[in-house]
Design a protein around this ligand. Sequence first.
Ligand SMILES: Nc1ncnc2c1ncn2[C@@H]1O[C@H](COP(=O)(O)OP(=O)(O)OP(=O)(O)O)[C@@H](O)[C@H]1O
Length: 591
Amino acid sequence: MATPLTPALPRHVVLIPAALTWVTAASTTVAFVGVGAVLDAARSGDRSGAGAMATVILGLLAAAVSAYLGSHLSLVGVGAREGERRDVLLRQLFRLGVTFRTQQRSGRFVSTATDGVERAAFYESTFIGPMIASLTVPLIALAVLGATVDWVVAGWLALAVPAIPVLVGGFQRVFRKVSDEYRATGRRFAAQFLDGLQGLPTSTAFHRAEAKGAELAHAAEQLRLQVMRLLAGNQLVLLIVDSAFSLGMVTAAAGLAMARLRDGAITPGQAVAVVLVSTVLLEPLDRIGQFFYVGMGGRAAVREIEGVLSTVPDVVDAEGVEAPAVSLRAPARTAERAASDDGAATSAVALEHVRFAYPGGNPVLDGVSLTVPVGGRTALIGPSGSGKTTVTSLLQGHLRPTSGTVRIGGHDLAAAPLDWARAQLSVVAQSTYLFTGTLADNLRLAAPDADDERLWHALAEANLADHVRGLPDGLATRVGERGVSLSGGQAQRVAVARALLKDAPVLVLDEPTSQVDAASEAALVDALERAGQGRTVLVVAHRLTTVQDVDEVIVLVGGRIVEQGPPERLRAADSYYARAVDLTSNAGATR
Ligand SMILES: Nc1ncnc2c1ncn2[C@@H]1O[C@H](COP(=O)(O)OP(=O)(O)OP(=O)(O)O)[C@@H](O)[C@H]1O
């Protein structure tokens, strides 16, 4: 898959506001020259004053309309650009996959996708066009002045024009660092805020809520100081531009006008027009001063968005891969598993000499080989940090092995579409995320077309139907952040129901009971047992309550397989498994 491109900024987003800024400047200049003509006509009692007055009115009208259109169209552009950017960012987030979430703090991404996108859109739609125009508007104003009043005055004033881009470029360089720092602080703060919110129960439990609050307040203060620095910089720009440059420009224009008036080259009305037009030369600079906050913050936000968009996903489909035609459906559990029917695989999932290390880390898996046959039940056990969850991530295609091969249905995962691989697996993990919405919405995540009857059936299989019947709105009960809370065990049974609805041939259970209390455990274990019927099951376990009726136990320690075999055999020996079983039975007895 090709690297995603930053969506190109459509030309009209820049050109229309720029063109309208030119029209505004030209119309205002014409109106100001008209004012001079009106004054001259009034002085001499000339009848041409009416025509000049009409020019003034039309010029001002055209300037007002184009200024209004410019700001209106810019704001319309902001909305469109924001939507487009968020869309692309979200698609990129899904492409980057679940491992991106652990590498990049979610809060930073949220900050980029909300505040960052808004700033970038404002920058692109309301800043770039007028900024380009502001560098060229003085030329238009001077051309009108030269053509209608005096080329000599226009020529002298033109000498000041090159100072404008030099000033703008200089300030951009000075403020780039501070605006980058400001955006980075903003993203860090968003991450910290989300962290504080998610960890509130933990910090409250340890009486650290106030200290955490103070940390957040400190971070907010840092952010405020940085905004103040940027704003102070902004004010400096305004001050320098307004006082030094503006005063200098108007004084120079007035001096030139007086000199040319004295020479008889221009009329008194034209002299007034020269001074008025000199303010048009300044107007774009004023605009840059006002927009510096938008411009600099926006550029930093654009760089930040481009950083996310140019991140290459760890795992992508290889070019031209096709879904293999293979069935992983398990024959009845009583039948021999070595199925060799048409297209039927004998190995459901397998790892061959797999080595894996997280980026910049030590090897987590060191030459792991295992096979779960179609219809088989295998338990993967081992101490914390031994690499069990990493095995399930490799099987789901969230990670690629550093070396060795991961197979599903005998097919190398590196040469199979990720969607196909993920369709073969249902995963019940340590905890279950419930989206804000109804319970039915949460279940239909696994089977969007399932009717209510199917949902109830899955809930019954997952030992949850009775509980759901007792909820205020049954399947339509709202759950997640803005709805009723389900206990950890109930949420896990929603995950089992989802797995049943997905109906994938391979069930991966990654310590599904580890966060569930003893009271809920029996109902969950029972539901898992039913979900495993007629499927290949790989169960990852710490506590052995979920490891029942397995064909094979694999013990992983420090990323290596240290024991492997039928549970009866391992139980009889002095093994890790035997000790783990004893520990579990003792724990059960003391409950
Ligand atoms: N995203 C990650 N980045 C870097 N290291 C990681 C990452 N995820 C896990 N690890 C490391 O890899 C090792 C194996 O982790 P893994 O989660 O696979 O172990 P586990 O056996 O499932 O542990 P547990 O039983 O506690 O869930 C650990 O040392 C862990 O710190």
